[in-house]
Design a protein around this ligand. Sequence first.
Ligand code: ADP
Ligand code: MG
Length: 443
Amino acid sequence: MDDESLLRWSLRERLTKEGYDVLEAGTAAEAYDQLRGDIDLVLLDFKLPDGNGIDILRRVKEQSADVLVILMTAFSTVENAVEAMKLGAYHYVNKPFNLDEVVILVEKALETSQLRREVRALRTSQGREFGLDSIVGTSPTMQQVKSLLARIAASPASTVLLTGETGTGKDLAAKAVHYNSDRAAKPFVNITASALPEQLLESELFGHERGAFTDARQQKRGLFETADGGTVFLDEIGEMTPGLQAKLLRFLEEKTFKRVGGLADIRVDVRVVAATNRNLEEEVKEGRFREDLFYRLQVMPVTLPPLRERRGDVPLLASFFIDRFNREFRKRVRGLSPSAQALLEGYQWPGNIRELRNAIERAMLLIDRDRLEPEDFTTLTRTVNPTQFKLPAEGVNLEEVERQLLLQALERAGGNQTQAAQLLGINRDQVRYRIEKFGLSKA
Ligand SMILES: Nc1ncnc2c1ncn2[C@@H]1O[C@H](COP(=O)(O)OP(=O)(O)O)[C@@H](O)[C@H]1O
Ligand SMILES: [Mg+2]
């Protein structure tokens, strides 16, 4: 046995005793034969009879970036080590080495890889949750939005501007872009521009050096650094102060930034997704938002339509949320009654999908019937035009108003009680009850 095989033998003995499954290869060719999907870690000699460790390292990493490689070298030159680390080696050890040292290193490395795998599994499961399919809607505008988001996700780094009223799904769209892109396994971080004062927001975004300001006792990495390789979601970008707008613009143009109190330019690769419920064009005209930043963001604009402009999606969204809350509350609600559906379709939804979700959640918490009726949505007041329904100076007889409205609804519905009920936002039983009450059944 030569030195090399003796070394391999003692490593194998020791690692097997520690409970690891060990494969052995004496040459590069043997190593290639044994590379399989379930290898967690490779202990690699730098000098092999038929090749060098760097080539094998490169090949291993090509096959699976998750495999950890520890390089063993007798004559550790700095260049080799640097190159190995660049190619993704986990560590290197100098020969001759102490077996205990190697065992500890292997243990630590495998802990890291276990952790990495858990993080990745978590991210892919979130990917499923936040995929484009999680954006419900078949109206033409939503189909356009979804295909636009899919194209953006597939393009490597383009900046995105999401606009839309509150509750239209901007957060959801930002996540869909991230989790459908090849950045999915990297971080998605989000921050709301209006949530923090300028100085804090700047240090959250860009980090700070020790001593940059009174409370900066430690150096801190910002979100742009944390998110390297991933996506930064900047919500409520319209509220950003002019100073920060300038810094963001610089980052978007040069991909570099400085930490607060720092001199060095730091370069990261992140996609910025910005969102606002303001009309940025107006903000620019009013001088509150930088025009150059606006145009820089405007490269890929996506507008999420308000729900009232795609009422056709209401039933689909409603049943999506009913399914979700059935699971969450262990209920068996089958759906909306026709009059409840009419009520929801006719409503203005100033809070958009968030308001719809909340309305269904509230309704489902309380009921034990298997259909949702209009009276389960009492908090949704139909928007009433106060000039049309103006209380006259002398007052009214409310019963008479009710009777008149019932008559009008029945007349417009051609006597169809279900349709009349829809017009009034109540159910058919309630229409019948009133017909009886007002003695209209003969009419
Ligand atoms: N198209 C959609 N399909 C399913 N759920 C949606 C959709 N759009 C929004 N939601 C849900 O509505 C709520 C509000 O959406 P969010 O993305 O936070 O809106 P915004 O950020 O525009 O205020 C969230 O619970 C979100 O999951
Ligand atoms: Mg939001």
